[in-house]
Design a protein around this ligand. Structure first.
Ligand code: GDP
Ligand code: MG
Length: 176
């Protein structure tokens, strides 16, 4: 089995659940406390991929190096430095805070300016706090399907784990 490493970034407004999504993915844990992130925090997790594309019956281990990046204005210039060398990003908004969703496009552009050849997944987080019947509507509003590097938009919950593995998996599939 061969191993490769890829850097990905989580980016979005303050308090949308970036740190919580990473924690759920890496440690399968959630906390209601605010896990303050100053600047950047780096975590890692390895996942197995099957090399179907190559027709080889061998599995590939992908080590994801996950950068948790604060997106507030104060850190904007610094954030761009943290994006260097990243092939993918999860841009995160909070379905209970509409202004964080309005900033998604801007965050994606900031990331793509540094890494024009990268892929993006959009996570509309805290889906556990909104009634199910509204979620599909919200998801469709933030589809960005006209931009081909934006793979898809998911409603996620770092609390229940809804779609958490999926966002990392779909990104990982495009990195190799
Ligand atoms: P960050 O600033 O984007 O890293 O946000 P955090 O991960 O620190 O989360 C901010 C707050 O929202 C914390 O109190 C978390 O417990 C809470 N939170 C994060 N994700 C979710 C979620 O999916 N559902 C709910 N109910 N709360 C969440
Ligand atoms: Mg954080």
């Amino acid at each position: 089995m061969s191993t490769i490493s890829k850097k990905i970034c989580l980016f979005g407004d303050f308090g949308v659940g970036k740190t919580s999504l990473i924690r759920q993915f890496v440690e399968c844990q959630f906390s209601d406390e605010y896990l303050s992130t100053v600047g950047v925090k780096i975590s890692q997790k390895s996942i197995n991929l099957t090399q179907q594309k190559l027709g080889i019956d061998d599995s590939l281990k992908l080590q994801l190096i996950i950068w948790d990046i604060e997106g507030s204005n104060k850190f904007k210039a610094v954030a761009q430095n943290y994006f260097q060398g990243s092939k993918g990003a999860v841009i995160v908004g909070d379905v209970t805070q509409p202004e964080t969703l309005n900033h998604l496009q801007e965050h994606m552009q900031t990331f793509l300016t540094v890494n024009p050849q990268s892929y993006i997944v959009v996570a509309l987080n805290k889906s556990d706090l909104v009634a199910k019947e509204y979620l599909e509507n919200i998801r469709q509003t933030y589809q960005f399907s006209d931009q081909k590097q934006i793979l898809n938009t998911y409603v996620t919950s770092a609390k229940t784990g809804n779609n958490v593995d999926e966002i990392f998996q779909i990104l990982a599939n495009h990195l190799v």
